[in-house]
Design a protein around this ligand. Structure first.
Ligand SMILES: [Zn+2]
Length: 230
């Protein structure tokens, strides 16, 4: 799927505060810096990424920009950090965009999970390969990859014809609990607000127990608030 560069730039620039908040603790860990310094660097990296993307730039443009910015880090740490910032941020932006497209792709009523399946694949993500469901199935709002910073899992849409020709069948709902029990979400907590391509879980509103009062009970309660007229 081709993603318009504008959509990526918009996503990255609109989410500046969330991205900086997510990256600050990561940068503090990678650099051993105090949080305010890490936050300032997160802000600089975010600015640099937006600038690079606006210029139609690639990762190497971004890395050059960072290399010229005198972060004070040793070059190796600086490069590792900049690569991770760019790669993971772009991954989130692409995933968000893909999810938005999936929602509109009525020609692709089904989708299935894809895994890379090499030595770097998190074994807890492997069951995603067994999932083929209607694109509107609630499974996808719970488990829309990527599942973590290093996750390379994804989804691919399918037409009715492709499904028929694939020889695959839709994953039965009964199989989902066992699959979901194995899947693991490994995003650091600070990144979760950025996963807006996963619909938030239905907010658990505390259910008020239904109380049925008799007319007498109601009168007793109300009379307690009534000024004494005697
Ligand atoms: Zn994965």
């Amino acid at each position: 799927m081709i993603i318009a560069a504008d959509d990526i730039v918009d996503w990255v620039s609109d989410r500046g505060d969330l991205l900086i908040a997510a990256w600050t603790p990561q940068i503090a860990t990678m650099t051993d810096w105090e949080l305010p310094y890490a936050e300032a660097l997160a802000g600089e990296l975010h600015d640099g990424m937006v600038t690079s993307l606006l210029r139609g730039g690639t990762e190497s443009n971004f890395l050059n920009l960072v290399a010229r910015s005198n972060t004070g880090l040793d070059p190796r740490t600086e490069r590792d950090l900049a690569e991770r910032f760019f790669g993971v941020t772009l991954k989130l932006a692409r995933a968000a965009h893909r999810h938005a497209q999936d929602g509109k792709a009525t020609a692709l009523p089904f989708k299935y999970g894809t895994i890379v399946g090499d030595a770097r694949t998190d074994p807890s993500h492997l069951p995603l390969a067994d999932v083929l469901l209607p694109r509107e199935h609630p499974f996808w709002t719970r488990w829309q990859p990527p599942f973590g910073m290093d996750c390379r899992c994804g989804t691919i849409g399918m037409t009715n014809g492709q499904l028929a020709r694939s020889g695959r069948s839709i994953t039965p709902d009964e199989a989902l609990p066992a699959i979901e029990a194995q899947l693991r979400d490994t995003w650091p907590a600070e990144f979760r607000p950025l996963l807006d391509f996963r619909q938030p879980l239905a907010t658990a509103t505390p259910t008020q127990p239904a109380i049925t009062l008799s007319q007498q009970q109601l009168d007793d309660i109300l009379s307690a608030f009534r000024p004494d007229t005697d």
